[in-house]
Ligand binder design. Structure first.
Ligand code: CTP
Ligand code: MG
Length: 233
């Protein structure tokens, strides 16, 4: 079964607050986007990869992507950098439209998650092949409450809750149909599993192996460097 890879990397990283897009921010000297692509490359084999870049930074991201693309051509297939959209959902929609191969499965993975375990990528792809739609997720470590009427709140059952991550993978036709439907209805989702679910599909959850953090704020870079030290040792 063939798979294609879509990497949303078109965000500015406002919460990180650097002068360069988040995908180019370096962790121990290596840009996040390079780390993420290398991690995916050692996880599975893709026939093609589309990276969504901020429109103003296409050249800068292309330069960084080219380094990985040549070395990892066998794993990432042909790699292209395309201008993303105003929201993550729009970026993914552009990425899907830019795919040239008619792969059975499309995997979507944020550039901002460079620590994903190869086993997680493989498990998500396997679950998508078998069931149509899957996401990586982790259990919350905090207790979680939900707002109730009248200023009250209620405890949720933590052991049944999942914090949704990427990678997410879907049969290509399902993902294409779900994005077309969301665009038609003008609905905006923060992740593709929610968008595909709204189109009527059920989502398989795969528990992430290890820590699959999203680099969002400065403190995540500090944690990231610690994770690198541990993964190296
Ligand atoms: N993303 C994208 N296109 C957008 C917005 C986000 O491709 N218009 C991507 C980001 O590049 C990132 C992933 O979606 O890899 C998750 O988004 P997030 O962590 O929120 O990154 P940013 O939007 O860049 O960060 P911030 O919200 O702090 O600006
Ligand atoms: Mg964002």
């Amino acid at each position: 079964v063939t798979s294609s890879l879509v990497i949303p990397a078109a965000g500015s990283g406002a919460r990180l607050g650097r002068s360069v897009p988040k995908a180019l921010v370096e962790l121990a000297g290596v840009p996040l986007l390079v780390r993420t692509l290398e991690r995916l490359a050692c996880s599975a084999k893709f026939v093609e990869t589309v990276v969504l870049a901020p429109a103003a930074s296409i050249d800068a991201l292309s330069e960084v992507v080219d380094r990985v693309a040549d070395a990892q051509a066998r794993a990432l297939g042909s790699v292209r950098v395309v201008a993303g959209g105003a929201t993550r959902q729009q970026s993914v929609a552009i990425g899907i439209a830019a795919l040239r191969e008619r792969s059975a499965v499309v995997c979507v993975h944020d550039a901002a998650r460079p620590f994903v375990a190869p086993a997680t990528v493989r498990a998500v792809l396997g679950a998508a092949r078998a069931h149509g739609a899957a996401t990586a997720a982790s259990r919350p470590s905090d207790s979680v409450r939900i707002d109730e009427a009248g200023g009250s709140s209620a405890a949720l059952e933590r052991s049944r809750l999942w914090l949704v991550e990427t990678p997410q993978a879907f049969t290509r036709e399902l993902l294409e149909r779900a994005h077309a439907e969301a665009a038609r209805e003008g609905r905006e989702f923060t992740d593709d599993a929610s968008l595909v679910e709204a189109a009527g599909a059920t989502i398989r959850v795969v528990a992430s192996e290890g820590r699959n953090i999203k680099v969002t704020v400065e403190a995540d870079l500090v944690l990231g460097e610690e994770l690198l030290r541990r993964q190296a040792g």
